[in-house]
Structure formats: C-alpha cells, structure tokens
Ligand binder design. Sequence first.
Ligand code: T4K
Length: 391
Amino acid sequence: MPLVKKYLQDLAIFGNPPAFPEPLHVGRPNIGNREQFLELIDDVLDRKWLTNNGKYVREFEKAIAAITGAKHCIAVSNGTMGLELAAKAAEIKGEAIVPSFTFIATAHALQWLGITPVFADIDPETHAIDPEAVESLITPNTTAIIGVHIWGESCPVEALADVARRHGLTLIFDAAHAFACSHQGQPIGRFGEAEVFSFHATKFINSLEGGAITTDNDELARKIRLMKNFGFAGYDRVVSTGTNGKMNEISAAMGLTSLACLDEWIEINYRHYRQYRQELAGSIGIRLYPFDERERRNYQYIILEIDETASKISRDRLLEVLQAENILARRYFYPGCHKMEPYRSSGQTWHLPQTERLASRVISLPTGTALQSEDISQICQIIRLAASFEF
Ligand code: T4K
C-alpha cells in the first residue's frame, strides 16, 4: 500500500503517482466461495441441463422466496427483463410514473414496451420518489407507478400504495438495489403487485447477470412464468405472448454461491459504511447518505453529496481528483433519466428541481468485499484533503 498522502501537492492530479496502483472501482463484484461455485458448475456440466428451469434455478428461486417471504419468485435473465415482464404481465399501458433519479433501465423497460415513463421528482433527503409529485402527474392515461428503493433504502411504500389505490393504479417496485433489505421490519419483496431485483455483477448479491420478480399474486406469477419462456405452457403449446427471460444454470449457481455469503457481506459493507461515516464526519459541504439502521440494509452503495456552496470543491472536480488516484467513483445517476435519450428529445418539459440538484451533487464511492479498511482510510483522507483546499 503506498504511503498515505499528507499534503495537497502530493495528489495525483498534480502529476504524482496515484494512491492506488490498481484501479479501485465502484461496482467490483462480491465473489463467494470459488470451490463451491466450481463444484456447482461441474455438476451443471455433468448433468447437461444448462437452462430452462433447471435444478439450480429452482433452488435459487426457493431461496429468494424464503428470504423475501414472497409467495412466488421467478428468476430471470436480468433486472431489466424482470421489469419488462412484470409490467407486461400486469398489463401496464399508456403512462407509468417513475422517478428520473434512477438507473436508466427503470425508464427503458417501460419505453421498450411502448409505455411512456412520466418522471416524478424526489425527496432530497431520502432520494426516493415523492408521492405528492407522483399524484400531481396522474392523467387519464396513467396506469401505474414504479417506485424505486434507491440505494437499498425503502421508498415511501405506504404513501405510494395510497395514491395507487385512490386512483386505481398498479404499483410495482424496482428493488434492483434492495435485496435483503426491509421496510418497517418486513423484507422487501412483497410490496405492491410485484418487486423486481437485480443480481447483476455489481449488485450486493450477484448471479453474474440475473434478476428476479417476487409477488404474492398467483395470477401475475403464472403469467410471468409463461411469458419468460415464450408463452409455452407445455411442449408445442403456446398460450400467451412471451419472450426469452430465463436465467441459466451457471447464473443460478453463482447466485446460490453468493447467497451463502449474504450475512458476511452485509457485515463487511456495514463496517465500511460506518468507517466512511466516521472518517468523513465534520467535512464541510459533504454529506454521506445516511441509511436507516433500524431497518435491514445491504449497504451496497456509499453515496456522497457534495454541496458546492459549502465545500471548497465541486463534485466533478472531486471526481477528477479521485480518478487521478485510481479511485473510480461514479456519478450515479447523472444527469437523470429525463436528460437522456429518448426522453430528452420527447418534447416534454420536465420540472424536476430536486432531481437535477441531486444529480449534480452525488458521487458513488467504492465499497464491498474488494476493499480493506486501509483503502477506505486512504480514500477518506484524499476526500478530506481535496475538499479543504480551493483549486
Ligand atoms: N433498476 C435499477 C435501479 C438499477 O440500478 C439497475 C441496474 C436496473 C434496474 C437493471 O438491472 P440489470 O438489468 O442491470 O440487472 C451498472 C450496472 O450494469 C447496472 O446493473 C446497475 N443497475 C447500475 C447501477 O450500475 P453501469 O453502466 O454503471 O455499469 P458498468 O459496466 O460501468 O459497471 C459499473 C462499475 O462496476 C464499473 O466501474 C466497473 C465495475 N465492474 C463491473 C462489472 C460488470 C466490475 O468491477 N466488474 C464487473 O464485472 O451500470
């Protein structure tokens, strides 16, 4: 580990060697027990059953249903496919209200199905979709609300459910960030009509690529199961429209291997979160996104907000300083979905002041099993140093 930098002039942005010889990425995958994974792969290859509702996919679905408490879990090829299948099976049409402050997949999944995403603003404290903003955007064409449990912190489930109920709308949650998290003591996975998880490589639990839809609704689950397999209800019998949304056996094997480490990884992420909090405490103009520790959280995202008016450094300058040190932080979710295509050129004028303000302030920092405590100390030292000088 290189020497901790003591002086601003030592920063790599001034031409010095970076603090980290190898890049420290946001989103480095958590990898479980290699031997166990390789054994499962061997078994998959020996049994010559690679996909189409195989043994490990069924085990993975069972495990997720048990963790979330949901009646049904349908494993799928990725989270985006999960959102598409859930929206299609729930017969969402016309317009669906979503936050703009989310990964582009939340909006794209709808747009892909010919549903128009309508972007609602967020609560600047929680970063979650604002139910009042949602209600103000409802039109006769609105059929659904898609809440997002951003960073794994649950969004205002009850308030959204209330709006949905009063206006007869379908409520679905994008829970891509929120596996193994809770809301009011209940595991995320049973709220709304359905919840959709991502098990992408960068997620807390990964299956290389993958996702899952959980629901207590028998009919919805039945439709999603059919639709993810081309609408097949048996050999040569297609009973609905469909697509190929199946998870394969190697992905399920990786998912099961990851699940075996769930508690250990939460512990590691939680430790990292507390260390960041402690080491960045008192840094003027810098806010670490606070998780509600009374709830179960996976602490997979370490989110900083840089208030340029109070801090001496801008968010983008800090990002440059970190990148020069090989700390590859990210501006999630800049600039907001509404400023990306095709939504930017849709002709619609969006009034999303909180989204735009937040998107210009946020940095996501590395965490997860790839990081050691010394790495975090060094990252925090660089942030403190960079934020304390005008340059
Ligand atoms: N809804 C929400 C709210 C989401 O956040 C997401 C996905 C979805 C829906 C859709 O779920 P999926 O269809 O993806 O299952 C990344 C992920 O690709 C994406 O899954 C995730 N959200 C999003 C927040 O982050 P990018 O564009 O930042 O990916 P990329 O390739 O730049 O990777 C991010 C970082 O991770 C890089 O700095 C490098 C590191 N990385 C990545 C991979 C794939 C590794 O170190 N190893 C790896 O194998 O979107």
